[in-house]
Design a protein around this ligand. Structure first.
Ligand code: MET
Length: 472
């Protein structure tokens, strides 16, 4: 064999291992159709219904981007699927099985897809395992001062290394193979093994903490209600876990377990806001209905990043550790985590409702609600405005989504009064807890529950290209 041809065949072999994965077969010409999100048209697979993710992860070196594990997906289909196409930018895949048998796959990290050459028909269910190890993927966000997804906070002399997820809108695919779109929420069992001295925390209720070989520990969490992939919390840190009395605001008056996780060496006063969490749950469930999950609390993180409404365990930066942000993230447990988005363009359905909750809380503390609404209106008047359905990635988390979204709800409230408004919020949660919501759904719900005047009031705020008059 001459050198060049040896090199050529070796390079080709290496390339195929890199792109296709050891033991895998080349891509079939069959392709999958994405969900067709209007902001992120490549995310997800249309017709794929992931019902459950069972994660078994190892974080051997906290504070680094190394991650290994096995993810077991329980999948169904709402239309015939010629192959399975998951979103995945993460570590190298070592093996895939389909109903217990090795299955051919193709990992394309550049495209962010892991395709598995197996078909699925409506009515069938399959169990797929993906084993992977290596370095997590990157998903830079042009609108945020960070890469979304798996965060690695290096040790710095003062603090130990830590990891956590901050995945909105589509960062979960940096470390897990997922159908990474909010319209396909799923339940999760999360098992994380960490080194001695470390604590893992994740969405759901902790069901087990066991010693692991080598001196570490394995923590297991059950997230029993479906949540969108971006809302999965996962933290590894030298946390102190603080338990508080349960709050009886769950479905049917069930107790909501209370736990918060704090890193050591926090600035004085950081924990103060979290002593109010039980009150926040009580006030908000009065407006929104039962708290949808079995546990709630916060995990505090040290980087200066946005807070995120990770399900059952909000991710709260030190610098956002105040009651207003806590109220906002807690409200998202209903709006975003339980009532999920059908399309990212409708993200105001998350942010507008969560911002509105800040007013409901302030009024419950005896503050002047009218002044807060006027403050919002002034702020909205100083910013560019637009109809509420976002037209681009840059608009997703702008003043319109948050403030104009909240003002739209105020317009409904002043049209119908507090009692009808409360029933309307509860009705929205009840009606859309099991199907993804869009702006048109909220308009239809408004007409159904409150009548044509309320719908018209809302529609003005959702559709007008200019800022409608102050709702008072
Ligand atoms: N949803 C977050 C909030 O509570 C924003 C995260 S930025 C992608 O406002």
């Amino acid at each position: 064999m001459s050198r060049p041809s040896f090199c050529a065949s070796l390079c080709a072999a290496l390339l195929s291992v890199l792109l296709v994965g050891a033991g895998a077969q080349p891509a079939s010409p069959v392709t999958a159709q994405s969900i067709g999100d209007s902001i992120y048209p490549r995310l997800g697979q249309a017709g794929l219904d992931v019902r459950h993710y069972a994660l078994d992860l190892n974080v051997d070196r906290p504070g680094t981007s190394e991650l290994s594990g096995v993810v077991t997906l329980t999948v169904g289909a709402t239309r015939p699927l010629p192959l399975l196409s998951l979103d995945f930018l993460g570590p190298a895949v070592a093996a895939v099985t389909w109903n217990g048998q090795p299955a051919p796959y193709r990992q394309d990290r550049a495209a962010g897809k892991l395709s598995i050459q197996r078909s699925l028909r409506p009515g069938e269910q399959a169990t797929v395992t993906v084993r992977f190890a290596g370095t997590v993927g990157r998903r830079p966000d042009p609108e945020l001062p960070l890469d979304v997804g798996w965060q690695a906070v290096a040790a710095d002399g003062k603090r130990p290394g830590a990891n956590f997820t901050l995945s909105e809108p589509d960062g979960t695919r940096t470390f897990l193979p997922v159908n990474d779109h909010p319209s396909d929420p799923a339940t999760f069992t999360t098992r994380v093994t960490v080194p001695a001295g470390y604590v893992a925390a994740a969405s759901g209720v902790q069901v087990l903490a066991q010693a692991a070989p080598g001196g570490g520990q394995t923590f297991t969490f059950e997230q029993a209600q479906p949540i969108p992939t971006y809302a999965l919390a996962l933290h590894v840190n030298r946390f102190e876990r603080q338990d508080s009395p349960a709050v009886p605001v769950g479905v049917g008056g069930a107790a909501v377990a209370r736990r918060d996780y704090f890193p050591s060496d926090l600035p004085d006063g950081t924990r103060d806001a979290y002593t109010r969490t039980g009150e926040v749950l009580t006030v908000l469930s009065g407006w929104f209905g039962p708290f949808p999950f079995g546990a709630y609390g916060s995990a505090v993180v040290t980087p200066g990043i946005p807070a995120l409404e990770t399900a059952t365990l909000s991710t709260m930066p030190v610098r956002a550790s105040n009651v207003r942000v806590l109220v906002h993230e807690t409200a998202h447990q209903w709006f975003g985590d339980r009532v999920v988005l059908g399309d990212w363009a409708d993200v105001w359905l998350n942010e507008g409702f969560a911002t509105y909750a800040e007013l409901l809380w302030a009024q419950a503390q005896g503050e002047d609600g009218a002044a807060i609404v006027r403050g919002w209106y002034d702020r909205a008047g100083r910013s560019p405005t637009r109809p509420l359905v976002a037209a681009s990635e840059r608009q997703l988390f702008d003043t319109t989504s948050y403030i104009r979204g909240a003002l739209a709800l105020q317009a409904v409230r002043v049209t119908v009064g507090d009692a009808a408004f409360q029933a309307y919020l509860r009705g929205w949660v009840a009606a859309f807890s099991d199907r993804p919501a869009r702006t048109a759904d909220l308009l239809a719900h408004t007409r159904r529950q409150l009548g044509a005047d309320a719908e018209a009031a809302l529609r003005l705020w959702t559709e007008s290209p200019t800022l409608p008059p102050l709702p008072e």
